[in-house]
Structures are given as C-alpha cells and as structure tokens.
Write a protein that binds this ligand. Sequence first.
Ligand code: SF4
Length: 419
Amino acid sequence: MKLPHDVQLARSVCAGCGCLCDDIEVNFRGDKLLGLQKACPLGEEWLRGLGPIQPEALVKGRPVNVADALFAMAKILHSASSPLLVGLSELTIEGLCEAARLAEASGAILIQWPEPPAGLSLSGLHAPECSATLGEVRGTADLVVFWRADPLRTHPRHLERFSLVPRLLRGQRVMVVVDANRENSTAQEAVETLPLSSQAPAVAEDIEIVRALRLRIERPDTRKQQGPPPEIAQRLLERIRASRHAHFFLGEDAARSPAFWDELQSLAAHAREKHRITISALPAPGNGRGVVEVMTWQLGSQELAMKGDLLSAGATDLVFALGMSGDVLSKSPFVKLNLPRITLASTLDPGAEASIRVPGLDPRLSATVVRSDGIHLSLDGRGGGAADPAVEILRQITRATGKQTRSSPSEPPSPTSWA
Ligand code: SF4
C-alpha cells in the first residue's frame, strides 16, 4: 500500500459533524498535522484526533500484523452460520461497496447503525420534490426553520455555510427556531423563537402544529370551522406566506419520527401550488447517506428492515462491527448480545476476537462520501490522497472466506502485502 508522506490539501472534507465541510485546508507530514485552516473548534478537535493512516491490528487484544488479523477474521467469519455486518457509517463509498460484496460472499446481513433519520428514504430518494440540496437552501430559501435543532452547537458551520450567512440571489433570509429547549444557542441568531411546550422526543404536539398549518394553507376559506390554530402554527403560516422558499431542518429527535416526517411531507405536497416548502434532517456525523445509497444500488433496501427480527430471535452468532467505533459501538444493542465480535473501524477494539484499525473518513484518503443532501464529495478534495486501506482489507477478507461473489475478482488472496 502506497501512502504519501507529505500531504497538502486545499479543499478536503472534515467529518467532525454531519455538515461534511469540503473547504478544509490541511497539511500533514506523515501522520503529523502541521497546518489547518477553516475548521471550527469541533472540527479542529476531530482532525487533531485522527490516527495514523497505516492500519493496525489486534487478535484477542494482542498486537499482530494486519495479515494475521485479516486471516483470523476470515476464519471466524467463514465458520459463522449467521453473521451480522453492522455499523457502516464510518466507511467510504468504496469501502461500502466492498462491504456489500463481503455480505454477499459470507451470507451476512448488513445493518446500518446508528439508524438513519426516519424520513431519509422518503425525503431524499423517493420524494425529491419535498427536499432540497444544501446548495438550493443557500441560494433560494428565504425562510429557514430549525425544528428541535441547535446547529450552532451540533453543526457549528451550518449557519455560516448553508442556512443563514450566505447571501440570497434575491431578498433577505429569515431564520426561525422551534424548540422546547430554552438553552438553544441558535435561538440567539434567530429572528423569532417559537417555544414548544413538550420536551423531546414528544411529537404529538409537533404533528398537531404542522397539521394545523397544512389545513390553513390548504383550505384558508374554512377558517371559522377549524377554530383558531395553535399560536406556533399561526406564526409559521405568516412566515411561509411572506416567503418564496421555506426549508425545515429537523433535529435528531424530530427526524426520528416517521409520523412527523409524513406530516411535513404532506404539508409540502399540499402547499406546492402556492408555496415551496422543503425538508431535511440535520445529519449525524459519518457517511450515513452513502450507506443508504450503496444499500439501494447493490442490495435493495429490504436488508435494512430485518434487524428487529434478527435481534429479537437471537438468530445470529457473530457481530462484525464495520465502520462503527467508540461510544457508538459500545452503546449499541449488538455489543449487548454478548456474541463473538470482530471489528474493522477507526479505533481498535481490545474486546474483539480480531480487530483492525483503518483511517475511517480521513481527509488524506482519495475516496468518496455522500453529504446528507446526496452530493458526492472526495475526502481529499481530489488532491492526491491515498487509497482507502479498508477497501483492500475487505476485498481480501472476502477472498479468504473461500466463497466468490458474482462481482468480486477470482484471484487467490495475497494477505502478505499487509504484513
Ligand atoms: S462544521 Fe462540522 S464538518 Fe464543518 S468544520 Fe466544523 S465539525 Fe467539521
């Protein structure tokens, strides 16, 4: 594997939060970060915490070379009768394609964890009229509503890059925050804050407000029969009537509810003749949108729907945590199953039977991620980074399982290249 020693990247991607800012200037000498421009404090902390780009490995908690760990993993995987491949969000698109081939070769089920927002498959892939790219929001949304969301805390450059600071092609932009959290820091920048009464993750109140809003927009002439709308619905109605394009960004709790997404989609669809309303979630860190896209291209999305049955029935004998590390792994339901575990992620797992550390979504990689709005980004900004080591490792594990897929090459494994 060839890795560049000195790397200077002018437009690399930071994966410190779901914004995936693609204008980061970084300068590495080997694994040492010498220069960094444009990252926010959260991003700077994340970038300074990146590990070496060269993979490392453990077997039963003891350091070994990568080839040994790779063969140990292949052996464990081969002898499992019903393995789960879980996580995925820290993998690049190239790594995800190999993970899908490995799942096919080993008969494993692929499960995305953490789960994507409830509305992702509806808002992005199947109902594009109800969503918008961040570029469209930046260019045309003159009303931006953050619903149970606090981007200044969770996505520090969101307002600067997409949703408040960029000048509109025409007119002025207005930002409104709807939240029950009185400590919401984004509210200080908003023109208006509309207070919800129930704390997250309650959604009955949220659904009622959006439904009242839709009825007012849909049938304004039946005002007397409907009675007065909730105050928040009335304020939003006035804002939407004064706007050309209103975009709703949902925070994590709001985005988790399929019923709330449905209500917003219905609002956008019914308002379409008079108002442009679009919706998206503030995304979690990682390549979650990329996972959904690769699953859809290569496997069909039904794989995602099977996890509940598998976990409750205990119908699995091995957890392969792929692209899932740290708290996300340790707090996941898969670790609580107390099954044998192998891992390939951005941190080593001493509790695993075998574990390989790979760089994850590192800006030094010439590999692809998909932003929450479907825009594909090269981590190194096409600046001459290294190939993603996870791709070759997954390819070799697939070969070493001794089963071939329709799409994988048929050469014998060559694990010694990792020694
Ligand atoms: S806003 Fe997020 S992606 Fe952008 S620099 Fe900060 S942490 Fe990184």
